[in-house]
Design a protein around this ligand. Structure first.
Ligand SMILES: [Fe+2]
Ligand SMILES: [Fe+2]
Length: 284
């Protein structure tokens, strides 16, 4: 990895000793040019982890929300209180109410919590950037905006709806990923990959003249994936394999074990407290 880029996992479903964990994700990305917080976990716990790591979230330049689910946006109000100059980047659909509706079960609200919605309302308009399409946020860093859904074997990964009755399907059009184009290839940060891991990687490759992928970090949302989807995902990955993958959050233990078994040299451990870049864990 480019020596000048450092990525730290501030929150994940699992944590290194001494760090808090919860079902959620938050990544901290530092380059000489910009400091980015990618997702905010489901609570303010990622802020405690950042303090333990000596990370100054006050200096955040940009907060990117991968999508509007609670486990990516729950700490937004807390970080906006701390990061008083940060620009917020999100898709307009991220603020919609949304639900998971399993047959025979009580619908569950899984959208952005009220505290996060209120914090966006309070933010001055010039601090919010609504993203629909891919755009650069620094010279070698961009967000995808909505990701084209092209593979026949990938779906959003669950019974997601825009209403508690389960009538209006939620296609998670707000789902986006972030890329950093380094000298050694693309580093990709994903929240939940509701657009599909392969759709996400293919789109980012296309946006970057088919550069090779150095590292993919994040939730791959394979937790409910069928055996067929897993096999076809693996097949697509192996066509032009990313050098390293760091699956976490909603990838699911079964899928992570599957990837480890099939691509043992390419899978990196990833949990709250893990850092890649200048210190601790080198990419080799
Ligand atoms: Fe999600
Ligand atoms: Fe998630």
């Amino acid at each position: 990895m480019n020596r000048n880029i450092k990525i730290t996992i501030l929150m994940d479903n699992n944590a290194e000793e001494g760090f808090a964990s919860e079902h959620g994700i938050s990544l901290w990305i530092e380059t000489p040019e910009i400091r980015i917080l990618f997702d905010t976990g489901q609570s303010r716990l990622f802020i405690d982890n950042a303090r333990k790591l000596g990370i100054s979230l006050e200096k955040t330049d940009v907060i990117v929300l991968s999508h509007g689910h609670y486990d990516h946006t729950g700490g937004l109000a807390d970080i906006l209180d701390i990061a008083s100059k940060a620009q917020l980047i999100l898709h307009p659909n991220a603020v919609l109410p949304r639900y998971s509706v399993y047959p025979g079960k009580t619908p569950r609200s899984i959208g952005m919590p009220d505290s996060a919605l209120a914090s966006i309302d309070r933010l001055k308009k010039d601090r919010t950037t609504w993203v629909i399409q891919a755009r650069k946020i620094a010279s070698d860093i961009g967000v995808t905006g909505a990701i084209p859904r092209e593979t026949p074997y990938e779906d959003v990964g669950g019974p997601f709806f825009l209403d508690p009755e389960g009538k209006r399907e939620d296609t998670l059009v707000d789902d986006q990923a972030l890329w950093i184009n380094t000298d050694e290839g693309l580093v990709i940060c994903a929240g939940c990959c509701h657009s599909g891991l392969i759709n996400t990687l293919n789109y980012i490759r296309r946006l970057n003249a088919n550069s090779k992928i150095r590292l993919v970090i994040g939730g791959f949302h394979l937790v409910n994936a069928s055996a067929e989807r897993m096999e076809r995902t693996l097949e697509a990955l192996m066509k032009d394999p990313p050098e390293k993958l760091a699956p976490c959050h909603c990838t699911g233990e079964r899928a992570t074990e599957f990837l480890k078994e099939k691509m043992p040299k390419r899978i990196l451990p990833c949990r709250a407290g893990t850092t890649w870049g200048q210190t601790r864990m080198a990419l080799s």
